[in-house]
Design a protein around this ligand. Structure first.
Ligand SMILES: [Zn+2]
Length: 155
């Protein structure tokens, strides 16, 4: 999957690279009928979206111990804050590399196809479903403001 630095603007519409999906909404357009966004993502319209957790194996990322409750909160969000809008089906780059060449590797590799949205202060954080795995298995430390938003919205 593509690398996006944390807290950069989320540019889903403009960097979509798979032609022929029939979804041609441009930047700033609202989704029309037929979009599969859930109610959660509709509530985010109007707020700028920023990237969190779009890691790549060749890029350094912030590491640290996960704050108490973060992993559990993120796991819960896979259901409550999930949107189907997605940049594609992606595998964990580190686990994929480790499993390279092994029989059945694709089936055993952590993967995700959805994203989660978390409302922060004036922004919406757009993170891949795999962010939970990155935090739990690879020591990824998301930006503090994102962590705060996650813990706040999970109650
Ligand atoms: Zn992994």
């Amino acid at each position: 999957m593509t690398y996006y630095a944390d807290l950069t603007p989320y540019t889903y519409d403009t960097d979509r690279s798979s032609p022929g999906t029939g979804q041609t909404a441009g930047p700033g357009e609202t989704a029309g009928p037929g979009e599969t966004d859930g109610p959660a993502s509709r509530a985010f319209r109007g707020l700028p979206q920023v990237n969190v957790g779009w890691l790549a194996r060749v890029r350094p990322y912030a590491k640290g111990d996960a704050p108490p409750g973060l992993v559990d909160a993120l796991k819960g969000m896979r259901h409550t804050h999930r949107v189907e809008q997605t940049r594609g089906y992606h595998f964990c780059p580190w686990c994929a590399a480790r499993l390279l060449g092994l029989v059945g590797a694709r089936d055993n590799c952590p993967r995700g196809s959805a994203e989660i949205r978390v409302i922060g202060e004036g922004v919406v954080y757009a993170a891949p479903e795999l962010i939970t795995h990155y935090v739990e298995a690879h020591g990824y430390a998301p930006p503090a403001e994102f962590v705060r938003a996650v813990l706040a919205s999970s109650g």
